[in-house]
Ligand binder design. Sequence first.
Ligand SMILES: [Mg+2]
Length: 349
Amino acid sequence: MKITDVKAVYLSRDKKGTGAWQEYYWQIVVRVDTDAGVTGYGYGGGGEPGRLIVNGHLRDALIGRSIGSVEDIRRVWDHLYFMSLPYGRGGIAIMALSGIDLALWDLLGKAEGRPVYDLIGGLKKEKIRAYATGGNLSRVRDLGYTAVKRSHQWRSEADYESAVIQAARCREMFGRDALLMFDCYMSWDAAVALRMREILDEYAPYWFEDLVTPDHLTELAELRPRLAPVLLAGGEHDFSHHAFAAIARAGALDLWQPDITWCGGITAGLRIVDLARSHGVPVCPHRGGEIWGLHLIAATDCMDLAETHPDRWSGGKDEVLLDEPVVSEGRIAPTGRPGFGVTPRPEYT
Ligand SMILES: [Mg+2]
């Protein structure tokens, strides 16, 4: 089937004035139409600039191209990466490319009547253990979660105590067997991390995430063994297998968290998973409970663990998709519908 049209849509968000990048460059929906009457949808990042990269540049390279196999999608990815390389290789260009890539996988799945997980190796995990990022803890417990991640930004000495309070509360509510993680969103440093490692020891945190910015690979590599057994996790702000190859060379992280809607889609995700396997590093995609990452987790040797934001299902911050799977008894699974099995709301198409 030949591509007849490509269109990215961005619905701008309410700006709260915090200056946070998410208020400016959040997710785009990419639609790819074909002469076979099949339409694929993908989810990328980059807001208005991401939309312009798709509609104003990459679209022209897609019209008229044939998509009939996984190999065709890989070829398109490499071509678009090369085309956008002078201004891309990371950031908004690859966030935009992610949306195209995911739309192509959705397209191929729909054309063949197969879910994406089937195109990339078949279902290896029926129901994936979900972890909750944020959310009201009582509600999270009621949804059956056995793994929780709390956001912890370090600003002053008082935040050592606030971390201990959070950890104690989680252990009290979820017990010793639950997984407990901290997302530091690049606000800690080596000294803070080492002190946290000590004072949180009795609460056995599983990982510390995004400790410092992704530019500090050498520092992370030095810190990593000193934090054991707490794992050093990160990668949501890294793009494509090329960035993860640099992380691997530096030995910077214990656990990789590529975001499938930002790092280059399923095509880059599969390359990252291959690379991780060859280095013995576990992969747990950022926002892996969203449908795009969920298919990758279900079909590959990614960890049996998917990040979810329970608040999305309660009058939601980001309800772009219809028919998205939700957590039940602490687990989540992709449906067997063709492609990714979701449809964007009409205003995004
Ligand atoms: Mg994070």
